[in-house]
Each structure stands twice: as C-alpha cells, then as structure tokens.
Write a protein of this length. Structure first.
Length: 267
C-alpha cells in the first residue's frame, strides 16, 4: 500500500521491472490486476506501476463522493510517496480520464501519455446517463451486470477465441465494490476536462477501438484534436478494452513510451 494525502486512505500498487517509471491506470470497476499481461510485456525495459484507484481493488475509500480530479490528486500523492517526480502514464477508459486530468493540471510531471478508449467529456446528458449506471451498479447483482460489460469490453470474436482472458477480467469486475463502482460512475458523469487538454505537454498517443461504443472514435478524435501534437490511432475491429483484446499493442505502447522518454516527436 502507498500512502495518499487524501482522506480516502492509501492506494494499493503492483510493481514490475526496472528502468524509467510507467504508471498504468485501470478502467472503471476493475483494478490494477487487469494490467498484468501488459505490465509483464513492458517490464523488460521499464519499471511498471499499476495502482488500484480509490475504492477499487485493494485501495482504501472513505465512502464519500469523489471526482476524477480527486483520483488524479490521489495519484499525485502516491507518486510523491514513491519519490517519483515525473512518470509516463497510460490509462484506459476511466484510467485515461484520470490521466488527462493529471497531465493537464500537472504537465511537468508527465513525460509521455497513452490514452486508450477514453474521453475528457461524455456529453451534456452524461450526469443523467451515469447516474442511471450508478444506480444499477448497486441495485443489480454484479453477476447480472456481466453480459452488459462483456459486450462493451470485447468483440464476440475475441470472447469466443479467448474465454480465459475474458473470464479473468470478469472476475476482477465481480470483486469490485459496488458502492465504489457507483461513486466512480457519478464522477465520470460529472467530469469535464476539456479545458485542460491544451495544457498537456506530454508526447501523447490516443488509441481507440474501431467498434468502441463506450468511448467511440469521435471522443478519441476530440482528445487528439485538443492535446497539442497528439497522435490518434483507430484499432480495426476492437471494442472498449483495446489493449487487452490486442496484446500486440504492447509494442506500439513501448515505442511511444521510448520516444516520450527521449523527448522527441512520436513517429
């Protein structure tokens, strides 16, 4: 556990490898455990950290409402505790939204940034839509939420060909605290980080699945348009968890992290 300056308590963290630090931020209602395959792929060249965000996995939570900015502040406090002034960040879905907020508010702390299947803003009706999702997170048994989640996360072809990997992610979801899931859903609905995008100075790669209907390519394009110098890549055939569905993207991530660390433009 890593101490946090927030009243929510310390964060749990997993570590792999050695070298320049890379922090992986997980999606809603999962945990840092989700990142094990990607972390292991990168650990030959980087020191990889995967945090459990507030209320998720093994991390603490005081039961009070929180915002995406609060999660970014938790991250900053945890990095301080680890003695990490600057890092590379990779975030998927909610983790990407946290990454945008952190990189926009503390640009000097982020060398390179990978934003996968994520957004800075869900739209004008987001508070209502996400409030409905929050209510379902606590009122519907978690096992009965799985079909909805799986359809968003992965293509049918992936689920059929890789049942063990799909089941691994499902088990993480089932272990997630339903109240924290609901609180994070409210935070996502209230989020609007669009004004922070021009402040991001990190070398940025935006990835999105072609068939991601949770955060569709239009949202990814808005990120890439708003962040100076950002690159956008649409991944053919993928849905919301592109980096899990296509493990070979680890090499694309590696290449981007290396150019960001070197302080050069992404190829």
């Amino acid at each position: 556990m890593i101490p946090s300056a927030s009243t929510a308590g310390p964060l749990a963290v997993r570590r792999w490898g050695a070298g320049e630090p890379v922090v992986l931020l997980h999606p809603l209602a999962t945990s840092g455990e989700l990142w094990t395959p990607l972390a292991e792929a990168l650990a030959d060249e980087f020191q990889v950290f995967a945090f459990d965000l507030r209320g998720h996995g093994e991390s603490s939570w005081d039961g009070k409402p929180f915002s995406i900015a609060d999660l970014a502040d938790d991250l900053g406090a945890a990095l301080d505790s680890l003695g990490l002034e600057t890092v590379s960040l990779l975030g998927l879905s909610m983790g990407g939204s946290v990454g945008v907020n952190f990189a926009g508010r503390f640009p000097g702390r982020v060398r390179s940034l990978v934003l996968a299947d994520t957004t800075a803003y869900y739209g004008d009706d987001a508070p209502r839509v996400w409030a409905e999702r929050a209510e379902k997170a606590v009122s519907v048994p978690r096992s009965k939420q799985v079909a909805f989640q799986l359809d968003r996360w992965f293509s049918p072809e992936f689920r059929e060909a890789n049942p063990n990997e799909a089941d691994r992610i499902v088990k993480i979801f089932l272990r997630t605290n339903s109240e924290a899931h609901a609180a994070a859903s409210i935070a996502m609905g209230e989020m609007d980080s669009r004004s922070l995008l021009p402040s991001v100075t990190a070398s940025t790669l935006v990835l999105v699945g072609e068939h991601d209907y949770a955060t569709p390519p239009e949202m990814a394009a808005a990120l890439a348009d708003g962040i100076p110098g950002a690159e956008l890549e649409i991944q053919t055939g993928l849905r919301h968890m592109s980096l899990i569905e296509r493990p070979a993207l680890a090499e694309r991530v590696r290449a981007h992290l290396k150019t960001g660390t070197a302080g050069t433009e992404t190829a």
